[in-house]
Ligand binder design. Structure first.
Ligand SMILES: [Zn+2]
Length: 510
């Protein structure tokens, strides 16, 4: 079995989960579920980034000690991921001993190889960013991200990582693996930054004044700088440095947001090279989901919390919507209008309606037994083509395109019902053609349900069972998608999959 290790960025423990956090988990979960459908041995890791000054400050502001604070936040995130059906295998928290052990060992190896030096760091420091700032990056003497706070001039002894030594090795890595950083625009950005490094380029990787962190191996007057510590979670979750961790590592893909692409595509591989550990195979950068438009605020009238997003049409519909609406390789917008429009047109009137009419016809005309007829129809041919297109899109992580191919088959199947008019075949006693039609529709429905399963695991399981198909949709084989089961089973009644609540307006073209 091909192993497939997928990670998301770990979430910073200074507030509640929101749509931005959820979008990344939903997309990565869709990739993980798709890879399982393809027959891969998937290991899917998510988690929490729990150290650093901002966490300590948030805890203090809440009158809590840092560990109690991060415990509470981790519970909130885990509850959200459970509600959104995120199928992770590991939930790594950076306050866990297994992470401490991995961080210590990785930095011990980097130090042992002679790539750590000691020196003094001085400069303007923004507590909001937990980062030193260059004078040229300040606006009116303040951090542009935190204009209400004063930056401080700080000097402190630090450990430095001699990252400039890895410039050529990184450029060679990018040249040899054109898909290492996706999308292309991000790849160019990182390439340009690394190209400009000097041979003696250093990065400060410890902090002397932050108490809430992991002690530097061999010098506990420092902690490992939170950025360089958090990223090591991907190794911790794979049980590094314990024997056998290479069964999971390297990561096949790190899914991240655009703000941390340099860290993941340059600093992180350089750290691994310095420690003589294999580098990840790909860094996938998704875009931002924007909810801040005036139109959005006006129509919503309330803040967009994860709670009201899920409550609108349920968690599966939210998963489907964000992955269909917002390209997995670009920025996008969330609006309630688009959510309601797609819900009504594609879920209620599209997939949901197809399911209910096919089940109803098999019950009415064939006593709930799917006819055992495998004669190929034009609907099967369309299905073959769309399954191949779906595979191409999903293999390349183009989730929005994958969903689009699956829904093209929904349209084809609904068109097939109109064209064949089974009610007329039944009335006219055309039994052979009616059997062929209903069998083809049940095959198409099985295919659509399998293709949709990484997007909507709950709803598709309900349809799978109603179709009388065996087992769980989440453990079905790829073979079932290429050659869908034909006939013999009995179908069940199913409550409307996507009810239309009164507050949801009817679809309007936009
Ligand atoms: Zn700042």
């Amino acid at each position: 079995m091909t192993k497939y290790y997928i990670t998301t960025a770990i979430d910073y423990s200074n507030g509640e989960p929101h749509l931005g956090h959820a979008y990344e988990k939903i997309g990565a979960d869709c990739v993980a579920r798709y890879r399982r459908l393809r027959g891969h041995d998937v290991y899917f890791s998510i988690g929490m980034d729990e150290h650093g000054q901002k966490v300590a400050q948030a805890a203090e502001a809440a009158g809590s000690d840092p560990q109690a604070w991060v415990d509470g936040i981790a519970q909130q995130f885990q509850a959200a991921w459970s509600e959104l059906s995120i199928s992770h295998d590991a939930f790594i928290r950076t306050t866990e001993p297994r992470h401490h052990g991995a961080v210590e060992e990785l930095f011990r190896r980097i130090q042992h190889s002679g790539h750590i030096s000691q020196g003094t760091y001085e400069g303007y420091y923004c507590v909001g960013c937990e980062a030193f700032k260059l004078e040229k990056d300040l606006v009116d003497g303040k951090c542009p991200v935190h204009p209400t706070r004063e930056v401080k001039w700080l000097e402190e002894p630090n450990f430095f990582f001699e990252i400039g030594r890895f410039r050529q090795k990184l450029l060679d890595l990018y040249d040899a693996n054109p898909g290492f950083i996706k999308p292309k625009s991000k790849s160019n950005e990182v390439y340009n930054v690394v190209s400009e490094w000097t041979d003696d380029q250093k990065m400060s990787v410890s902090r002397a004044r932050v108490p809430w962190g992991i002690p530097w191996p061999g010098d506990d007057s420092h902690v490992v700088y939170v950025w360089f510590e958090a990223v090591i979670n991907y190794l911790s979750a794979a049980a590094f440095p314990n024997p056998g961790y290479e069964a999971i590592w390297p990561a096949d893909v790190h899914v991240i947001g655009p703000d941390i692409v340099r860290f993941h595509a340059a600093m992180w591989p350089a750290m691994l090279m310095a420690a003589d550990v294999e580098v990840p195979r790909q860094v996938w950068c998704h875009g931002w989901v924007s909810t801040g438009g005036a139109r959005f605020s006006k129509s919503a009238g309330v803040a967009v919390t994860l709670r009201n997003l899920i409550d609108r049409h349920g968690s599966d519909a939210l998963r489907y919507f964000v992955l269909r609406e917002i390209p997995w390789n670009a920025d996008g917008n969330f609006t309630w209008e688009r959510f309601d429009t797609r819900y009504t047109a594609e879920l209620a009137d599209g997939y949901g309606n197809l399911v209910s009419r096919v089940l109803a016809m098999i019950r009415r005309y064939r006593n709930a037994m799917v006819p055992d007829v495998s004669t190929p129809t034009p609907l099967d041919t369309a299905g073959d083509e769309l399954v191949a297109a779906y595979r191409g899109a999903m293999d390349g992580h183009l989730l929005h395109e994958g969903a689009d191919h699956a829904w093209k088959l929904v349209d084809r199947a609904n068109g097939f019902v109109e064209q064949r008019a089974p009610w007329n075949l039944a009335k006219g006693g055309q039994d052979a053609e009616l059997d062929e039609t209903l069998a083809a529709l049940s095959r198409a429905l099985a295919r659509i349900t399998l293709m949709a399963s990484p997007f909507m695991p709950g709803k598709t399981q309900a349809v799978w069972e109603a179709l009388g198909l065996p087992g769980e949709v989440s453990t079905a084989s790829w073979q079932a998608l290429e050659q869908p089961p034909t006939g013999g089973g009995s179908v069940q009644r199913l409550a409307p999959l996507f009810p239309k609540p009164a507050h949801v307006p009817q679809a309007v073209d936009k």
